[in-house]
Design a protein around this ligand. Structure first.
Ligand code: ADP
Ligand code: MG
Length: 657
């Protein structure tokens, strides 16, 4: 599996098996072939180079003199026809099945790259890979009437890191006229501004190719550039939709036919100005190409340096990765060129080690998919209508419910729960689902109502009454921090004291009780006033859980009470004292306190808890009964369906079609 980060294509790719880059060598025919230095293996897949030692210079230098290169094929004295069969035929054939393919010609200037790729225009027999690939594509389209296949072509030239459109309809091509940029999107890489031409037949494609070649020559004159110093990429884009199978799935592919710039290393001394500039760009882009392809072949590499130059960036989704890749190295057979030949062969053997994982580019036409699903839906609705009419169920609507229909179901559910409606009629699956949904809605609303009632009832809780707090906490209405459960943080009802003005009816009573408390504690703990202290006993004053309670109010109240208590001291043996024994300074154990609470002040709370519990239980029981009833109805429906099927099969048996 490929693990590349940059393989983020949105479309699906059917993974194939790993494949090596195919590396071939084509030797340019010559009368002066260096027989003693270049030897081919018997299987035509290897080439041995032997450099004779310079006897005059003696045997002193111990430089390597013998090399052996293993390749996928060595083409010597091979016709254009044979070259195409060996190098390109399979790649082009597979492109029509959805595999991207790249064929590159590499080698020093004059070694035959352009001859191999384009061929000669004068002699049809000497036409190169490009016209032959177009011919094969159109021939294969004719052989596949089951598919609607479109072909588009583009022709890009990269010279000194500038992009040129060789098929531009504009009279003058150049960066100033057509500023092109390389753009990446989830579908892949494309060159913005590069013209892509739809070609419906071989002749159209040929005339475009001819136009491109002419532009290439014109540009080399008008812009004073040497055409062998530029990279040329002819791309054939194929898109195939099946006419018989799914029309939402289709395949796409690209065939890149690349005529690279001459690879020869210009001797640094002597080359200057334009030539030096060209050489620098070429050397860089060719070595970046090599780096990118080697990185692609390395499974451990996550980052591939594609953006280092225009050549690799433009070919980003056509190099290695999921493509079929072929490298054809053109070499001279003469002894005088042996150094460059060696360097070219080294490049070829490095490329041969690189593996790719060709995969089919499958895309999905989202618009078609939606249209097909709509068709399918309409058909199923028709089918349903037929079934309904056969079962004498007329006027059943299967469309999604509107707000009014949902409100009606909600009302039915409410009435059912109240007991004013005996049954809810079952109409269809959508309605059953909505009934369940509304059960959930109504129940949760009722739960909220119960909780709200509880909140309203139990807002008055004493801050120091541990038993009361623990009871409320047990009921799940308050958390340990004294916030009521369900309140957003910070807005919880803190335990505070209601301002007296808030509870006018209780004012007198509270004041009185508070005074009793004060006098009691004063007696017990001496003269020190507990006002504002933590150990102040509020047990008899009602404390309210209210967001409006403020510390200031509490203090005010206490101050007022203290003043009152100091001016009107209570008699020591107040009769109230006997009725209500003073609270011990430490609270009783929680379970004991809770029981006390339930029996005394908490009895009302306890009663309402019990009441609510039984209401909830009752509701649960009713809900479970309803579920059982619905299940029974569903079983009945299933049985009816089976019976219908049975009847149908009987009818079919009686009068077969
Ligand atoms: P390159 O593109 O590598 O610089 P060319 O393809 O332009 O080289 O070839 C240089 C010359 O050699 C051209 O005139 C071309 O026709 C000729 N040539 C190259 N290879 C062959 C071949 N295999 N058979 C016949 N002529 C060839
Ligand atoms: Mg050339």
């Amino acid at each position: 599996m490929m693990r590349r980060k940059n393989d983020n294509k949105r479309y699906f790719t059917r993974m194939g098996t790993r494949k090596k880059v195919h590396a071939f060598v084509r030797v340019k025919p010559t009368d002066d072939f260096a027989h003693e230095m270049i030897k081919y293996g018997d299987d035509n897949k290897s080439i041995d180079i032997h450099i004779k030692k310079d006897l005059q210079k003696g045997f002193v230098n111990n430089k390597q003199t013998d090399w052996s290169f293993k390749l996928d094929g060595v083409l010597h004295n091979a016709s254009q026809d044979l070259v195409y069969e060996t190098v390109a035929k399979d790649v082009v054939a597979q492109a029509l099945d959805g595999y991207n393919g790249t064929i590159m010609c590499y080698g020093q200037t004059g070694a035959g790259k352009t001859y191999t790729m384009t061929g000669t225009t004068e002699n049809y027999k000497h036409r190169g890979i490009l016209p032959r690939a177009l011919q094969q594509v159109f021939r294969m389209i004719e052989e596949r009437p089951t598919h609607a296949i479109t072909v588009r072509v583009s022709y890009l030239e990269i010279y000194n890191e500038s992009l040129f459109d060789l098929l531009s309809t504009l009279p003058c091509v150049g960066p100033s006229v057509t500023p092109m940029t390389i753009v990446e999107n989830p579908q892949g890489v494309f060159i913005k501004g590069l013209s892509v031409h739809l070609t419906s037949q071989e002749e159209d494609a040929f005339s475009l190719l001819f136009e491109g070649e002419t532009n290439r020559i014109i540009a080399s004159h008008t812009m004073n550039k040497n055409s062998s110093r530029s990279h040329c990429i002819f791309t054939i884009y194929v898109e195939a939709h099946s006419r018989t199978l799914s029309d939402e799935k289709y395949i796409t592919s690209k065939i890149n036919l690349v005529d690279l710039a001459g690879s020869e290393r210009l001797k640094k001394s002597g080359s200057e100005g334009r030539v030096l500039k060209e050489a620098t760009y070429i050397n860089k882009s060719l070595s970046f190409l090599e780096q990118a392809i080697i990185a692609l072949g390395d499974q451990k590499r996550d980052h591939i340096p594609f953006r280092q130059c225009k050549l690799t960036h433009a070919l980003k989704d056509s190099l290695g990765g999921n493509c079929n890749m072929v490298l054809l190295t053109n070499i001279y057979g003469e002894a005088s060129q042996l150094e460059e030949t060696l360097s070219s062969l080294r490049f070829a053997s490095r490329m041969k080690l690189v593996t790719t994982e060709p995969a089919i580019n499958e895309k999905y036409d989202a618009e078609r998919m939606v249209k097909n699903l709509e068709k399918e839906l309409a058909l199923l609705k028709q089918e349903l209508a037929i079934h309904d009419s056969l079962a004498n169920r007329t006027l059943v609507n299967y469309d999604p419910m509107d707000e009014i229909q949902i409100a009606e179901i909600n009302s039915q559910v409410r009435r059912y729960l109240e007991g004013t409606l005996d049954e809810i009629d079952i109409i269809n699956l959508r309605q059953i689902q909505e009934v369940f949904n509304q059960f959930r809605v109504v129940l949760s609303q009722q739960e909220q109502e119960v909780e709200l009632t509880l909140r309203r009832k139990y807002t008055l809780i004493d801050k120091n009454d541990f038993a009361a707090i623990s009871a409320v906490q047990k009921a799940g209405l308050m958390d340990v921090d004294g916030h009521l459960v369900g309140e957003p943080d910070g807005q919880g009802f803190g335990l505070g004291v209601t301002p007296f003005s808030a509870k006018p009816g209780k004012k007198a009573k509270s004041k009185k009780m508070f005074k009793e408390q004060l006098s009691t504690s004063a007696r017990k703990e001496g003269a020190s006033s507990p006002v504002g202290g933590k150990d102040l006993d509020f047990s008899t004053s009602k404390t309210q859980l209210t967001p409006s309670s403020k510390e200031g109010d509490v203090k005010d109240m206490l101050m007022r009470d203290r003043e009152t208590s100091s001016t009107e001291p209570l008699p020591l043996d107040s009769p109230k004292e006997e009725l209500r024994p003073p609270r011990p300074s430490t609270p009783p154990p929680k379970p004991v306190a809770f029981e006390d609470f339930k029996n005394e002040r908490g009895s009302e709370i306890n009663r309402i808890f019990k009441e609510n519990k039984s209401i909830l239980n009752e509701r649960r029981k009713r809900a479970s009964e309803t579920t059982q009833r619905i299940n029974a109805i569903k079983r009945e429906m299933d049985m009816t369906k089976e019976a219908l099927n049975f009847q149908k099969s009987l009818r079919e048996k009686q009068d077969p079609p």
